[in-house]
Write a protein of this length. Structure first.
Length: 280
């Protein structure tokens, strides 16, 4: 016989950007269930939002393998919540016997609708009698610009060299500009900054400023930390995937922006607080 637990098990297996875009869903669910939620996923991401949960557990622990291989039997929870993509419904079918109360499924992002991911998730909660609560992002202005260049790795991106030239253009104007690089690549620029731990990156971003990058998980973290984000989109729709908070989302089709156009956006945001805009 399955062991009944009073906890609520929330499963979220998304990456950094996905987790950041789910913060309002976390707030809504945590409020409804009075914080009695065990979150299961990638702890380096979910731990950034640990205040919404009673505990955060790593899906990489062997004890959770039964959820993905063989028959999912054993421990039962008062309720299981899945935030994710489950197009076939197979994962939900495996989880349903583990949920004493009806399973809650929140589809992570829209397939075709023109609705932002955060709004899309919140729109689903009232179906289960859960009040949708949007977590407002508090602006965190500072007179510094953080550039996050990335090598393409087969994906279309505004080039690494563009960011290096942009760095020179900004520093020549006396703007406090920082090159932040991913920790899993060799530094390509002299005096660039990098952090091995995501918590250290978050602490650095919490000092505020303007964050300029391609569409990336770190752009979403910067948005959560209240930075103004200027994000270049190649393969995703900016109206659906833009970072939360104050943002300028630049679609790179049919052509990517010039250095001068991105520079103008940065300087304009340094001078004044602009409303959210999407540049066609």
């Amino acid at each position: 016989m399955a062991l009944k637990h009073e906890e609520i098990l929330l499963i979220h297996l998304g990456g950094l950007g996905d987790v950041c875009l789910s913060e309002s869903a976390f707030l809504s669910l945590s409020t409804h269930f009075r914080g009695a939620i065990t979150a299961l996923g990638y702890t380096r991401f979910l731990s950034l939002f640990e205040d919404y949960f009673a505990q955060v557990r790593s899906v990489e622990e062997r004890r959770w393998l039964f959820l993905f291989s063989g028959e999912a039997t054993g421990t039962a929870w008062q309720r299981v919540i899945l935030i994710g993509k489950d197009r076939s419904g197979g994962f939900r079918a495996r989880l349903t016997p583990l949920s004493c109360d009806p399973l809650i499924f929140v589809d992570m992002y829209p397939e075709s609708e023109s609705m932002h991911v955060e709004e899309y998730q919140l729109h689903q909660l009232p179906i289960y009698g859960i009040k949708a609560r949007e977590k407002k992002v508090e602006p965190n202005p500072a007179d510094r610009v953080i550039l996050y260049p990335e090598h393409s790795r087969g994906k279309r991106k505004w080039t690494y060299d563009n960011f290096l030239v942009l760095f020179e253009m900004l520093t020549a104007r006396g703007v406090d500009t920082i090159l932040l690089e991913a920790p899993d690549v060799e530094p390509s620029a002299r005096d660039s900054l990098r952090f091995e731990q995501l918590q250290d990156t978050a602490a650095f971003l919490n000092k505020g400023g303007i964050f300029v990058s391609n569409d990336s998980g770190l752009a979403h973290l910067a948005g959560v930390c209240g930075l103004t984000t200027i994000t270049l989109f190649h393969d995703q729709r900016p109206d659906v995937w833009h970072p939360r908070g104050k943002n300028v989302s630049i679609a790179c089709d049919p052509r990517p922006p010039s250095l001068e156009e991105v520079l103008e956006q940065i300087l304009g945001n340094l001078e004044s607080h602009l409303p959210l805009s999407v540049i066609p």
